[in-house]
Structure formats: C-alpha cells, structure tokens
Design a protein around this ligand. Sequence first.
Ligand code: NAG
Ligand code: NAG
Length: 331
Amino acid sequence: IEMSLSHGRFLFFSLVLLSISSSSLAVICDSCEGEDCLADCEGDYCIQTTFNPKWGQRSLIDSKKRVKGCLKNDMIVKGLKPRCDQYSKSGKTEFCICNTKKCTSGQKLDKLKTEKIEKITCECVGAHCKDRNTCEGDVCTYVVDYRIPKKKTITKGCMDLSIPVFERRMIGSCMVPPLTGAMHHENITNVNDLFKIESCICATEKCNKKKPVTTSERELKKIETEKCDFEVIGVTGGKTMRTLKKKCTGEFCYRLNFNSTKGKMEHYDVKGCVTFNNEGAIDPIFSSGNCAEFTGGELDMKMCLKSENDEAMERLEAVVKNNEDESVEAT
Ligand SMILES: *[C@@H]1O[C@H](CO)[C@@H](O)[C@H](O)[C@H]1NC(C)=O
Ligand SMILES: *[C@@H]1O[C@H](CO)[C@@H](O)[C@H](O)[C@H]1NC(C)=O
C-alpha cells in the first residue's frame, strides 16, 4: 500500500508537470496528407510541405503528396518567422512554417508572408541526364560511385526535396550512404551497394561543378573523427531490404528513420557518416541541436546528427550563429 500510494502521487505529479510543459511549449497543428485534415498533432511549429520518397531512381508513391504536420525538437531553431516559400516561376508553394494554433489550416495559410524561391541550375552528368548537360532542381547532387574497385564513377544532377525539411540539413555535405534515394542517380539492386555510394549536395547555381566538400585529405583526417554505425533498412510492400551492419568514419554520425502506415515505403532507417564543407552555410531553420522530428498524417520521421568532437560542434555553432540575425524574430 505504501509503495503504490507513493507511486500514485509520483504519477500525479508527473502528469501535472507534463501537461504544464506541453501546454506552454507546443502548438496544435493540422496533421494529414492532402488538403482536408481531420487529425491534429503537437509540436514547436506547424509545417506544410511535400513528400515523395524514393528508392534509387524509383519513386515510392504514385505522385508527390502534400503533407501537413508538426515539427519539433532541438535541431530546429526557436522563434522562426512564419512564412511560405513559393517558387517564383510556377507559383507553387513548396514549404510553409508557422507557430500559432492550426496555422496551416485552410485559409490561414494564405495569410502567411510569402517568400519567393527559385529552382537552381545544376550540371548534369550520367545516364539519367539523357542528352542534357544541365537540369533544374531544389539542390544539386554530386555522386561518387565506388562500386567498381579502383574506378570512381561520378554522376551529377538535380534533386527535388523528397521528405519534410531533413534533406536541407545536409546541404553543403558529403555522406555515405545517401540520406534519401533522391540524393543519387543509381539503380540499386543490391542494398549493400549503398555503402559504396557517396552523395554530396549543395544549393547554389552549378555548385556541383566540383565536389561540394573540397577539404584536403590531410584536413579530412583531422575532421573525420567519428566512427559511426553504417546501415540501411527499408520496408516496402511488406518486403524488408537490409544491408549488413558496418562502421564508417565522418565528421558527424547521422540517422534518419521514418514509419508511414500508408504508401509503399512503410519503414526506412538509414545510419551513416556525413562531413560538411568547412566554409559551411546551413539552412536557417536548423540549430546546432541533435535531433528533429516530423509527425504528419500517417508519417513519423526523425533525424539526428551527432558528434562527440568539440571542434565539430564549435564549427557548427559558428555557422548557426551566422544565421541568427537574419532569420530569427527579435524577442
Ligand atoms: C533504372 O531502372 C528502371 C527500371 O528498372 C529503368 O526504367 C531506368 O531506365 C533505369 N535507370 C537508369 C539510370 O539506369
Ligand atoms: C518507427 O517504428 C519503430 C518500430 O516500431 C520505432 O522504433 C521507431 O522509433 C519509429 N520511428 C519514428 C520516427 O517514429
């Protein structure tokens, strides 16, 4: 009796604490795929964006979907100004973020400030280019294929963002394996081949002319101090594809995983290594925190980036600090 009483009190106390902390921090948002949302979620921000996951060249849903949901956790900067990003050419909205109750619902979205964005032109090299040598996308890719021993094959191209916000965190980096299928142009038949595909992405005009991370081998030896788990698991149509478990070396270890109860990709979990460009720039929605989560409709997604190296964290904090004045609301 004694034990259960104190346990009961403790539980009551925790519940009170929990409800205070969540009500003071979180915002209630629409959570769905498509337009008519019946469900809610809670997060630091409401966002609306697109979802079009890929496995190599193949799209895993029939067409690009609109998703509305909640974004949270310490990798996302606090106090971001509400806005929508709209392509100036097509007038299509790519992304909206805001932090008041249900601010991505229906007409409330139209009231958000719109910022114009452009697709960028990238060099295109490889079979996927057909006979073009440039393409347009949200970001440019530079992919090194190490599958044939002693022969690096380089392909380049364009990528449209395929999952909510997380790919943007990798702009200005090279990673193995690629974070998403959209980040390379290879037809992967053996999942273990993903260990041999290095993908780099960048987001300025023709930035994939050369490798986006140009750090010298000598310098890389100093920067790449993290030994990370290296593994990919994908479940599509009830079928599991799983690589071996290995280790890789990078500046940061990363992990992205998602569950989606609808759609052809039910589960995806990728762990690997990433190294950022020394000169660095980071999308202003990101802070130097470790993790970000998105919940929306049938989709739960989480990404974390970690380094035990103080110098890597200092470099990251310097880059984030550069952004602060421009993107964060004065408080
Ligand atoms: C990849 O495979 C698909 C079908 O299996 C094919 O249609 C496509 O042309 C291939 N792409 C490349 C770049 O080889
Ligand atoms: C996805 O499901 C797995 C297994 O149930 C779970 O461990 C993981 O945390 C889930 N991921 C997300 C992002 O919710």
